[in-house]
Design a binder for this molecule. Structure first.
Ligand code: ZN
Length: 1013
C-alpha cells in the first residue's frame, strides 16, 4: 500500500518539477479511474477563464500565489537561488512589477499568506535548523547525480510558522517539533489556521505508527487553529490520514480543506465551522481532489482533481452547500492546481505547467463568475424556483383543489423549464421546486448526504467518432455511404478477418407446429465475421413470420453470433428486401452495447464480398426467401477489417427524496410508505420516444399530463398528510417517503438507481434474507440483479404517472400485487366516488413501479389513459381535467393514509390472472404501424386507440384516435395481445387490410406497414 504512496509522490514531483509545494500537496494516491470525458478544449476553458497569462517567469518553478486584500500584491514561493534547491518566499507588487524576497534565504520555506492589514507576511520556514545548509547541498548533489533521495524531503519536522513584518524582522509563532505549515489568516486577521503533525512527536505512538512516521509523515497531519500571535492553539481535526491545505471562508465562519483517505489513495474536499464542528464533505469523486479555495462570495469553491487521469490535474468548482455536481473549469493536459480567486472575485490565479518548458508557473486570468454560477445552479433563478415553491405552498390549501393542481402544473410546464429533460437545467429547476415545496411542508431530507436529492448516472446518448474505418479486401468503405456501425456495437479494431455467410442469422427452436430454424447448423463462426440478411425471409407464411419475428431484430441476431464466438456481425438488407434504408439507422439514444462488433453494409458492398468468392447475393437471398434453410459457408477470399469507435456519454440526473417522520423524532421508522411521480419529461423531443409530427420537431414537450399532473397530485398528497400530522390527526405507524423521480422517460433510470442504492442510502433499514428464487425471477425480467426483497423496508409504493386526462375511468394498476388491494382501493374510493378500472394484469408495465415490484414491494399506480397528444408538444396544460386530477390525488392520499396508520402492511403476492404467461418481454416488432392504444378503454372487444403517431402508416391509412381496431390482416383483434401477434406476422411494405369500428360503423381501410429503422 505504501509503495503506491511513494510512487505517487515521485510522479507528482516530476509533474511539478522537483519537490512539490507543501501546503496543498497530496500525500499519496493510486491512479484515479479516468473519467470518460477527457477531451481537452481551449474553447471550453475560455468559457470560464479568459485572457489567461503567465505572471511568474523566473526560476526553476514557482507556485502558490496568494493575494493581498487590495489585490495589489501577490506572495508566492519560487526556487531561484542556484545555491538553494528549496523554495523561498517572494512578494510581487502587481502595479509596478517590483519583486522582493521576504524569506531569509536559508533552508526550506513554504506556504505564505499576506495579513489583511497588509503589514506582514506569514510563512513556514526551517531557517533556524542548523543542518539546513547541509540539506541544501545534499539535494543539489542528488540532482547532479540523478539519484533518487533515500527519504522524502517533505514534512520536515523543523518547519515552524513565522511572520515577517514590514521592517524586515521575523517573529516565530510556533514552537513544536513536527511539521507546522499551510497557514493562513482569518479574514479579520485575528486567527491562523494551519496543518501540523506535532502530535506524532509529542504523544506515544504504537509500534506500527512509529514505523509509519518514518515513511509517511503526512498520515499524522491534522488541522489546528491559533490566535494570530501564536497563542491559544486548538486542534480541529483528529482522524487518520492527511488533513491539510486549510483556508477560511470569506466570512470567517468556516474552514475548507482536503482530507485524504486513511490509505492515502483518494482525497475529497471538506468544510467545517472554525471550532471543528459541523463537518461537511462537498465532493465524492473518488480521485485525488485537493487545494480547495473559496470564491469571495462564499457561494462556491474551486479545487483541483485528477479524476481525468493520474497526471492530469484539472480545476473544478463545487457549491459551498455541496449540492449538485462539480463543474469542470480547465481543459488543458498536465497540471492545473492550487487555484485562488483574487479579492473581488473576477480574476483567478493558479499554478500550471502549461509553459513551453513544462515547468510550473503562476497564471492569471479573468473569471466568469456569472457563467459558473449558472452551471452550479447558483443563479437568481434558483431563488426564483424556491420562491415559486414557497408561494405555491402559501396559497395551497390542504384540501384537494383543482386550483392547487393547476398551480403546480403551471410551474412545471413553463417554457423556462424546457420540457424537464433528465440531466438538464430544466430538470434541475423542476426538482429544486419539488424539494423546496416538500421542505416547506416539514419534510426532512432523505436523499444522499443529508440532502433532498439522489443523483444517478444515465447513458446520455452515443455518437460515431471520426475514427471508424472499414476495409474489404484492398478497398475501403466510406462511413455512412457504404457502411455504418450499429449503435449497440462493441468498440475496437478487427484486423482483416474471414467472413462466414449465415443466411438470415437466426436460431429459432421448433414449436408444436413449426420446425426449427437454425442458420448456424454445422457452421464454425468462431473468431470470424458472420454476415447475415436483415429481418426475415421475404416470402414465408404469416404464421411462420409470426413465429420467427421475435428472433429477427439486429440485436437478437448479434447475440446469436456473439454466443457462437464470432468476432463481429455484418448486416445486409439484400436485393429482395423492402427496407427504407440499406444501412441500419444509428440510434444515438441507444444505451447498452452488445459485446460484439456489429455493422451494416450496402448491398453493393456485400455484392463485392460475394463476388470475391464467386457467389451471388441475390441468388442466395432468393433461395432463402421461401423459408427453406441453406447451409452457410465461408466467403473464400473475402476479408473484412474494421475500426469501430462509438462515444457513449454519461449524464447525471437527480431524484427528489423527502421523508415525513411518523412521530416527533426524525429517526426513520420502517417500513416506509412511498408515493412517487416522475418529474422529468422529453425536453424538446430529441430522443426516439417523442411522437411529434415532423412540423412539431424541436418544440418543447411540456408534458402537462406526462407527468406534471402526477407530480402535482403527489405534492397535494404530501401536503394533505403533512397537514393531518400537524393537526394531530395522523397516528402513523411508519414514515411517508415522497419521491420525485427523474430519468423515467429515458428508461426508468431514477427509480432503478434509487432501488439499487437503497441499502446504501438507508443502511439501518431492516434487511430481508435473499430469496434465490425471487432473484432468478427478477433477473428473468431484466429488472435488477440485487433482488433481496425490500418488503421489510418499504411497505408499499404508490405511483402517479399521467393522471391529468380523466375521462370516464381512472385506471388503477398493480391490483395484482397484493391480495387485499381490490377491496382496499374500493373502500378508500367510497368517499371519493371515482369510476375505476382495477387492473390486475399489468403490474409489470414499465413504470417507476417496476423496480419496486422486482423487489417484492406491493404497488398501485394511477393512470388516466393514453391519448393522441401523448409524448408530443400538444400535451399542454389547458387540456387537463383538473377536477379529475384532484380526485385522483384524494383517492391515493386516502390509500396512503390507511397504509401509514394501519397496524399491518399489505402482503406482497403477485396474482395477475390468466394473462400472466404473456408478460414476457417481447422482441421489438419489426413492422411499424404508429398506433397509440388507449389503456383506459376498459372492457371492450377490439383495440381502442387514443391516437395515431405523426406521419405513421396508421395516419396515412386514415385510422384515427378513438377508432377501435377489430381486424388486422385478416385476423380478429379482441385485445392488445391479438393485436401484437397480428403485427408480428406483417411484412414491411406489403399492404394489408385493417378494419376499425368508428362510432357504430365498421370502416375497412388499407395499411402499409413500414420499418422502424
Ligand atoms: Zn412519458
Amino acid at each position: 500500500m505504501r509503495h503506491a504512496a511513494l510512487l505517487f509522490l515521485i510522479t507528482l514531483s516530476a509533474i511539478l518539477l522537483g519537490a512539490p509545494s507543501l501546503s496543498a500537496q497530496p500525500a499519496s494516491a493510486q491512479p484515479a479511474s479516468a473519467d470518460p470525458s477527457t477531451d481537452l478544449s481551449p474553447d471550453k476553458e475560455a468559457e470560464l477563464i479568459s485572457e489567461a497569462r503567465q505572471i511568474t517567469f523566473d526560476g526553476l518553478r514557482a507556485g502558490e500565489g496568494y493575494f493581498s486584500g487590495d489585490a495589489k500584491r501577490m506572495v508566492f514561493q519560487s526556487e531561484r537561488d542556484p545555491a538553494n534547491p528549496f523554495y523561498q518566499i517572494f512578494l510581487m507588487d502587481l502595479e509596478t512589477g517590483d519583486l522582493q524576497q521576504v524569506s531569509p534565504g536559508q533552508g526550506k520555506t513554504t506556504c505564505a499568506w499576506i495579513h489583511p492589514s497588509g503589514d506582514r507576511v506569514l510563512f513556514s520556514s526551517t531557517h533556524h535548523d542548523e543542518t539546513s545548509v547541509e540539506k541544501q547541498n545534499e539535494l543539489l548533489e542528488l540532482r547532479r547525480t540523478g539519484k533518487q533521495p533515500r527519504y522524502s524531503w517533505d514534512y520536515d519536522p523543523e518547519f515552524e510558522i513565522y511572520e515577517r513584518l514590514d521592517d524586515g524582522t521575523y517573529n516565530r509563532l510556533t514552537e513544536a517539533v513536527g511539521y507546522d505549515a499551510e497557514a493562513s489568516y482569518s479574514p479579520d486577521g485575528t486567527q491562523i489556521v494551519f496543518a501540523s503533525n506535532r502530535a506524532a512527536y509529542s504523544e506515544p505512538l504504537s509500534p506500527r505508527e512509529t514505523e509509519l512516521l518514518k515513511t509517511d509523515k503526512s498520515y499524522f497531519i491534522d488541522l489546528y487553529i491559533m490566535n494570530a500571535d501564536g497563542s491559544n492553539v486548538r486542534q480541529l481535526t483528529d482522524v487518520n490520514g492527511y488533513d491539510g491545505g486549510p483556508f477560511f471562508s470569506p466570512d470567517g465562519a468556516r474552514i475548507c480543506w482536503r482530507r485524504f483517505s486513511e490509505d492515502g489513495t483518494t482525497a475529497e474536499i471538506y468544510t467545517m465551522a472554525t471550532d471543528g464542528t459541523d463537518v461537511r464533505r462537498l465532493t465524492n469523486i473518488g480521485a485525488m481532489s485537493w487545494a480547495p479555495f473559496y470564491h469571495p462570495s462564499g457561494d462556491y469553491l474551486i479545487f483541483t482533481t485528477n479524476r481525468h487521469g493520474f497526471g492530469n490535474f484539472e480545476l473544478y468548482c463545487v457549491r459551498a452547500d455541496g449540492q449538485g455536481q462539480p463543474v469542470r473549469v480547465t481543459f488543458t493536459d498536465g497540471f492545473d492546481g492550487l487555484p485562488v480567486f483574487l479579492p473581488g472575485g473576477d480574476r483567478i490565479a493558479w499554478t500550471s505547467n502549461r509553459t513551453a518548458e513544462k515547468r510550473s508557473q503562476i497564471f492569471l486570468g479573468n473569471w466568469n463568475d456569472a457563467e459558473v454560477r449558472k452551471r452550479l445552479g447558483l443563479t437568481d433563478q434558483d431563488d426564483a424556483d424556491r420562491q415559486a415553491a414557497l408561494d405555491a405552498a402559501e396559497e395551497s390549501s390542504p384540501q384537494f383543489t383543482p386550483a392547487d393542481i393547476a398551480r403546480h402544473v403551471d410551474y412545471l410546464t413553463r417554457p423556462e423549464l424546457e420540457g424537464r429533460l433528465t440531466g438538464t437545467e430544466g430538470e434541475r429547476r423542476a426538482t429544486a421546486y419539488v424539494a423546496a415545496y416538500l421542505e416547506s411542508l416539514g419534510f426532512v431530507p432523505a436523499g444522499e448526504s443529508g440532502t433532498f436529492f439522489d443523483e444517478f448516472q444515465f447513458p446520455a446518448g452515443c455518437s460515431l467518432t471520426d475514427n471508424n474505418t472499414l476495409t474489404i479486401g484492398d478497398q475501403t468503405g466510406t462511413l455512412n455511404e457504404d457502411w455504418r456501425p450499429l449503435s449497440f456495437s462493441a468498440d475496437g479494431q478487427i484486423e482483416p478477418t474471414e467472413v462466414v455467410f449465415a443466411g438470415y442469422g437466426m436460431r429459432v427452436p421448433a414449436s408444436e407446429d413449426s420446425p426449427e430454424y437454425d442458420s448456424y447448423v454445422h457452421l464454425n463462426v468462431a473468431n470470424r465475421w458472420v454476415m447475415v440478411f436483415r429481418d426475415l425471409p421475404q416470402d414465408i407464411t404469416p404464421e411462420r413470420r409470426q413465429q420467427l419475428a421475435r428472433f429477427s431484430s439486429p440485436r437478437r441476431k448479434a447475440t446469436f453470433a456473439r454466443d457462437l464466438g464470432a468476432k463481429g456481425i455484418i448486416f445486409v438488407a439484400g436485393p429482395t428486401s423492402k427496407v427504407q434504408n440499406e444501412l441500419i439507422r444509428f440510434d444515438s439514444t441507444a444505451s447498452a452495447g452488445v459485446s460484439i462488433a456489429a455493422i451494416s453494409i450496402t448491398n453493393a458492398m456485400a455484392g463485392k464480398l460475394f463476388s470475391e468468392s464467386d457467389g451471388d447475393l441475390k441468388e442466395q437471398q432468393t433461395q432463402l426467401d421461401d423459408g427453406s434453410l441453406a447451409m452457410g459457408y465461408i466467403l473464400e477470399g473475402a476479408k473484412v477489417g474494421t475500426t469501430i469507435e462509438i462515444e457513449r456519454k454519461t449524464g447525471t440526473g437527480r431524484n427528489v427524496i423527502a421523508r415525513l417522520p411518523a412521530g416527533e423524532s426524525t429517526a426513520p421508522s420502517y417500513p416506509f410508505v412511498m408515493v412517487g411521480a416522475h418529474v422529468d419529461h422529453l425536453g424538446r423531443g430529441s430522443g426516439s420516444n417523442s411522437l411529434a409530427k415532423d412540423d412539431e420537431r424541436d418544440l418543447i414537450h411540456q408534458g402537462a399530463d406526462d407527468n406534471a399532473s402526477g407530480v402535482a397530485a403527489m405534492l397535494e398528497i404530501a401536503q394533505y398528510l403533512a397537514d393531518e400530522k400537524r393537526a394531530g390527526r395522523l397516528n402513523a405507524n411508519r414514515d411517508l417517503v415522497i419521491a420525485g423521480w427523474s430519468g423515467e422517460e429515458l428508461g426508468l433510470f431514477g427509480s432503478q438507481a434509487f432501488i439499487e442504492s437503497f441499502e446504501t442510502l438507508y443502511p439501518d433499514a431492516p434487511k430481508a434474507e435473499i430469496d434465490e428464487e425471487a432473484e432468478r425471477a427478477a433477473r428473468a425480467h431484466g429488472m435488477t440483479t440485487n433482488a433481496a426483497p425490500l418488503t421489510s423496508a418499504i411497505a408499499a409504493y404508490l405511483n402517479l404517472d399521467m393522471v391529468g386526462r380523466l375521462r370516464e375511468k381512472l385506471v388503477v394498476q398493480g391490483i395484482g400485487s397484493s391480495p387485499k388491494f381490490e377491496s382496499l382501493v374500493n373502500r378508500r374510493n367510497v368517499p371519493v366516488g371515482l369510476s375505476l378500472t382495477l387492473d390486475k394484469t399489468s403490474t409489470r408495465l414499465p413504470t417507476d413501479a417496476s423496480a419496486f415490484v422486482a423487489r417484492d414491494v406491493p404497488i398501485l399506480s394511477a393512470f388516466t389513459g393514453a391519448h393522441e397528444d401523448y409524448h408530443t408538444p400538444r400535451d399542454t396544460k389547458e387540456k387537463l381535467n383538473y377536477e379529475g386530477a384532484a380526485s385522483t390525488a384524494r383517492l391515493f392520499a386516502l390509500i396512503a393514509r390507511g397504509m401509514l396508520t394501519d397496524a399491518d402492511v399489505p402482503e406482497f403476492k403477485l396474482d395477475e390472472g390468466e394473462k400472466q404467461q404473456d408478460e414476457v418481454p417481447r422482441a421489438r416488432l419489426t413492422a411499424y404501424l404508429g398506433t397509440v392504444p388507449d389503456y383506459a378503454a376498459g372492457k371492450i372487444k377490439g383495440l381502442k386507440l387514443s391516437g395515431v403517431a405523426g406521419e405513421g402508416p396508421a395516419a396515412k391509412a386514415g385510422v384515427q384516435g378513438g377508432d377501435v381496431i377489430i381486424e388486422l390482416a385478416g385476423k380478429k383483434i379482441e385485445d392488445i395481445y391479438d393485436y401484437t401477434y397480428a403485427i408480428e406476422a406483417l411484412k414491411i411494405g406489403e399492404e394489408v387490410g385493417i378494419t376499425v369500428r368508428r362510432g357504430d360503423k365498421e370502416v375497412p381501410l388499407k395499411i402499409t406497414p413500414s420499418s422502424r429503422d
